[in-house]
Design a binder for this molecule. Structure first.
Ligand code: MV4
Length: 447
């Protein structure tokens, strides 16, 4: 096991990783910008290093500063957390070149999944069902028009370098294709420095279901079931739950096995998530994430497995020590992402927290770096807390979530807590009856 780990992140995920390290007897080094000097992740670390000014590109994204901090602090490994450099293949390679272990997959696997075309190809070759579409980038307008007719309209144009919705263009009819293509290519070039785009059939009102995978260096792979992440606004997840209310145990076992087998074939190591769109009883792979995800705690709640601990253990070369038949799913979990933002406009609301009272009681977990009197800086993601609730079944989980949301007080800044209070009591949510467009549709109806 590692002696000391540098955590190249901030906020709740930095705390989450510190806790896993502490449980493993591993010392932690925090890094922080000058805006985060008084942040909780700095206070709770064994050591801390200031790596630069507030702007992310000068601090949490500054590879040289992070590697210098790692050298000075004499760590064995670097945990990238999520966001920032967590899916940057170049950074992972640099970490290894400097003699540290990158807590994550190989740079090659990060690069493979970072390019959505190579990711889809790898998944397909490994036996995973993918969204019908082109097998690679489209080379010309003529080819795109021909392939679009084979795929069938409407078609969605996606950027190879994309993900998270950036650079997507919908063409409802053949006449719209040429314009949509040029817009997609221009956006892709501007955002990712790569104008490669591919086509997919546009799926109507799917759910977003993702399968959690855990793999060691010795060929052991397990799946930890799925999360339903359909409740989102502008490609930002708002509420996630596990298991998905849409799946049967047989469907879960089937897609889980398909995902686990694919990961084994690819030779992937670490935690990973295969993202699917689910409609009409069928799964269609879209992307794979190579990091620990924000919503990992709901999987921890229903499996009892500490995903970050396991991620660190497998990065240190330890075997999993259990197999798929040892994994048991128990009850239901829901996560609410609490953001510092204005209720009506969704504009970020940084500032000083003048009062803080987190909920508690059975089945309630809070992952947050907030404390009474802390500052929420304007430079970073607006997510300030995750409320994770577990219950023996979905109704009990929802009941406890409603209770916990009723107790939660965050004063001094605006938050989306009221939005969460309304979502949990919405009849469609209570029934588990929603798709990826439901939240935006429902919010529009509320006004
Ligand atoms: C799609 C789709 C429908 N059909 N692909 C949006 C983000 C990117 N990661 C994939 N996305 C989508 N891909 C096909 N072929 C609809 C979406 C989509 C979406 C997906 C997951 C979660 C929320 C979403 C919201 C709007 C659109």
């Amino acid at each position: 096991m590692f002696r000391k780990v540098l955590i190249a992140n901030r906020g709740e995920i930095a705390l989450r990783i510190q806790r896993a390290c502490r449980d493993l007897g591993v010392a932690t080094v925090a890094v922080h910008s000058t805006a985060d000097t008084d942040s909780m992740h700095v206070r709770l670390a064994d050591e801390s290093v200031c790596i630069g000014p507030p702007a992310s590109r000068d601090s949490y994204l500054n590879k040289a500063a992070l590697l210098t901090a790692a050298s000075i602090a004499d760590v064995d490994a670097i945990h990238p957390g999520l966001g920032f450099l967590s899916e940057n293949a170049g950074f992972a390679a640099m970490v290894e070149e400097h003699g540290f272990t990158f807590i994550g997959p190989t740079p090659e696997h990060i690069a493979m999944m970072g390019d959505k075309i190579t990711a889809k190809r790898a998944a397909k070759e490994a036996g995973v069902p993918v969204v019908p579409g082109t097998d690679g980038p489209v080379q010309s307008d003529g080819e795109a028009i021909r392939l679009a007719h084979e795929i069938g309209f409407p078609v969605l144009i996606k950027a190879a370098g994309g993900g998270g919705g950036k650079g997507m263009q919908l063409a409802q009819r053949p006449e719209e294709l040429e314009r949509a293509l040029s817009m997609a290519k221009r956006e892709a070039q501007a955002n990712f420095g790569n104008d490669a785009v591919y086509l997919e059939r546009y799926l109507y009102r799917p759910r977003h279901i993702e399968v959690q995978i855990l793999a060691d260096n010795h060929g052991n792979v397990v799946h930890l079931g799925e999360r339903d992440c359909s409740l989102q606004r502008r490609y930002q997840k708002v509420v996630e739950e596990a298991p998905s209310p849409a799946l049967t145990p047989e469907q879960r076992a089937s897609i889980g096995e398909i995902a686990a087998n694919a990961v084994r074939r690819i030779g992937y190591r670490g935690v990973g998530t295969m993202e699917f769109l689910y409609t009409g009883g069928e799964f269609f792979f879209i992307e794979m994430n190579t990091r620990i995800q924000v919503e990992h705690p709901i999987t921890e709640a229903i499996t009892g497995i500490d995903l970050v601990r396991e991620q660190i253990r497998v990065a240190a070369g330890e075997p999993l020590g259990y197999s798929q038949s040892d994994i048991r799913f128990s009850g239901h979990a829901i996560e609410c992402r609490v953001n510092a933002e204005h209720a009506r406009t969704f504009v970020p609301s940084p500032g000083r927290v003048t009062g803080y009272h987190p909920p508690g009681g059975i089945g309630v977990r809070i992952d947050s770096h907030l404390y009474d009197g802390c500052m929420v800086p304007p430079h970073y993601d607006s997510m300030v807390s995750k409320l994770i609730v577990h219950g023996r079944d979905r109704d009990m989980c929802r009941q406890r979530l409603q209770r916990a949301l009723g107790e939660y007080v965050i004063a001094g800044i605006e938050t989306n807590l009221d939005l969460h209070r309304r979502i949990v009591t919405a009849p469609d949510f209570a029934a588990g009856d929603y798709d990826i467009h439901w939240l935006e549709r429902w919010m529009a109806e509320q006004d």
